[in-house]
Design a protein around this ligand. Structure first.
Ligand code: GUN
Length: 295
């Protein structure tokens, strides 16, 4: 069994991006600028967004954090998005999900200019992804592809079972694994809450990608010997022995599953750190595309 070290790869990617930023500066170019919009005070969202902004600073990007109160109206958020769309200094921005219930998520995602949509959630970009055109690939699925690529894990013709059909991870992942090329060319089964006899399906999988948010859900008896396991789950589980009062737990029962498989991502230190690295990568791409358009 080999651990797929997302922490290590994400650091490599961040170093590569930082080196690009140095070159941009040497050429007298503007550095990439990412903005993040956070509405409300959700603890996990605050952590993620804080970490996105700090990573920008570390690699030499400009960053802006826009914090709006929990009771922000849809109209006010759409106005903020319009401002960010029109601000030529900002290359890309994200609106952290989930949003408070008074705000229509689809309306918000559709208001983001596709050229600045570094999350890749706009229908235009999502469609381009499905059609194998140049776009922004959502950061978490993009990170999983990068892990598979850098560990040179064979995906062609492999039965890949994705658990969970969220718009952020499961659905795009199922599309990406079925696309032509590497990583891709897989035979994909997308499973979800209505799937019957999930274990019978996961047992047939060469690659399992779980994005369920159900701690320790995947057990050894549900996987094939030698399978590749990608755990996207990050659930906060109460833990009095931890100073924070919680620990982060994946969808995979790591102690049970890891001895049986060929490769596995740990939680934490697997897919999680990759998400931020690939968001930075998308922001770099946004800057490069922006520059190419204005030249
Ligand atoms: N919430 C959970 N994951 C994500 C993500 O990748 N992007 C945004 N904007 N919100 C999220």
């Amino acid at each position: 069994m080999e651990i797929l070290d997302g922490k290590k790869i994400s650091n490599q990617i961040k170093d590569e991006i930082a080196a690009e930023v140095v070159k941009m500066k040497e050429r007298g170019e503007k550095v990439p600028h990412l903005a993040a919009v956070l509405v409300g005070n959700d603890g996990a969202s605050l952590t993620y967004v804080g970490s996105k902004v700090r990573s920008c600073e570390k690699i030499g990007f400009d960053s802006t954090l826009v914090k709006l109160s929990e009771d922000t109206t849809e109209e006010a958020l759409l106005e903020k998005i319009k401002e960010l769309n029109e601000n030529d200094d900002i290359d890309g921005f994200i609106v952290q999900l989930p949003l408070p219930k008074q705000i229509d998520e689809q309306k918000v995602l559709m208001a983001i200019h596709p050229d600045k949509d570094v999350d890749g959630f706009h229908p235009m970009n999502f469609g381009k992804m499905a059609l194998e055109l140049e776009t922004f690939i959502p950061a978490t699925p993009f990170g999983i592809l990068e892990i598979l690529k850098r560990y040179n894990i064979e995906t062609s013709g492999k039965h890949t079972v994705v658990i969970g059909r969220s718009h952020i991870v499961g659905r795009p992942m199922s599309i990406l694994m079925s696309r032509k090329g590497f990583p891709g060319d897989a035979t994909v089964t997308l499973t979800h809450s209505r799937t019957k006899d999930l274990a019978a399906i996961t047992k047939e999988a060469d690659i399992v990608i779980t994005a369920l948010g159900s701690p320790d859900f995947l057990k050894a008896e549900m996987v094939k010997e030698g399978a590749v396991i990608i755990d996207v789950g990050i659930t906060r589980v109460p833990d009095d022995t931890n100073p924070k009062g919680y620990r982060i737990t994946g969808d995979v029962d790591f102690a049970d599953v890891s001895p049986k498989v060929s490769y596995i991502t740990p939680v934490p230190g697997g897919v999680g750190p990759m998400t931020i690295a690939m968001l930075l990568k998308n922001t770099l791409l946004a800057r490069e595309r922006h520059l190419a358009k204005t030249k």
